[in-house]
Design a protein. Structure first.
Length: 209
């Protein structure tokens, strides 16, 4: 459970995302973000776990033949994601749960996907350690995440605004995702950074388990 102060109560955070579900579903993403999703998700295969699926923004970009297990702690988000799966003719199961509390057997998935979700976790390193265990040794972990910029001025502004933004939209803007991924023991096999290194596309292997 989150602590009040720097974090918020988990129930409050879920309500925040419930209220945003319709907005997420109707949002028209820009060409750049669509290109990033397509680039990353073209590498998905087999049994796929997608955490914090939101309204299903990734669904149009999955290759044919994948089987997706989609999780989210927001009931309203999952309703929108189910609708998106039908539109995309995607083979998907849905689990209403907090990924920080969820457990799967080790080596359950060929591919694990997270796009723009690690900003919202109370303990992102703990979640990354779970992903390492859940991914098959020969599998792949695909991440599209935002965080702290390499530009000192931009980073200072991000740190100043972070508490306000977290309370308003439920996500942090100051995390260093490449460092967190390395700390988890994953092996980054390919990486792209954009927008003054505030957005990262990461292809990773689970590393030694």
């Amino acid at each position: 459970m989150f602590h009040l102060g720097n974090e918020m109560d988990k129930t409050k955070q879920i309500r925040l995302f419930d209220r945003q579900a319709a907005q997420y579903s109707s949002r028209k993403e820009g060409q750049t973000l669509r290109r990033w999703r397509r680039n990353l998700l073209s590498h998905a295969n087999g049994e796929v776990l997608e955490l914090a699926v939101g309204a299903g923004a990734n669904f149009p970009y999955y290759p044919p033949g994948v089987k997706v297990t989609a999780t989210d702690f927001s009931r309203e988000m999952l309703k929108k994601a189910r609708e998106a799966a039908v539109r995309c003719r995607l083979d998907a199961d849905f689990i209403l749960t907090d990924i920080e509390e969820l457990e799967f057997p080790d080596h359950s998935f060929d591919t694990i996907v997270s796009t723009l979700s690690f900003c919202s976790y109370g303990n992102p390193l703990r979640v990354l350690n779970k992903l390492r265990r859940w991914c098959k040794p020969e599998g792949i972990i695909l991440l599209l995440e935002h965080g702290i910029s390499s530009n000192a001025v931009v980073a200072t502004v991000q740190r100043m605004l972070d508490p306000l933004l977290f309370r308003a939209i439920g996500c942090h803007h100051t995390r260093n995702m490449p460092d967190l991924v390395r700390q988890s023991g994953m092996l980054i096999t390919r990486a792209e950074s954009h927008l003054l290194k505030s957005v990262h596309l990461l292809w990773a292997k689970p590393g030694r388990q």
